[in-house]
Design a protein around this ligand. Structure first.
Ligand SMILES: [Zn+2]
Length: 77
């Protein structure tokens, strides 16, 4: 199985078998983030959505959340 060095935990982990959501950003996530850290983000995301009252159908809110995801996961630019 292909290994990656996760950008968040810095450990060598297995590549996630599928991009975790549709779109280009998910392919970056798949190549840089392990499944455990991805699950960590999914939990953090719930809190952020609640705290900031994000509406996921609002493109501005989605963009905000994507920005926070990049920081949380230490994704490269
Ligand atoms: Zn990780």
């Amino acid at each position: 199985m292909t290994q990656i060095t996760c950008s968040r935990c810095r450990e060598n982990k297995d590549l996630m078998p599928e991009p975790p959501f549709p779109g280009d950003l998910a392919q970056i996530v798949q190549r840089h983030v392990c499944a455990e850290c991805w699950r960590g983000w999914l939990q953090a995301q719930v809190n952020l959505i609640n705290e900031n009252h994000y509406v996921m159908t609002d493109p501005d809110h989605r963009a905000q959340l994507n920005k926070q995801m990049r920081v949380f996961l230490s994704l490269p630019d």
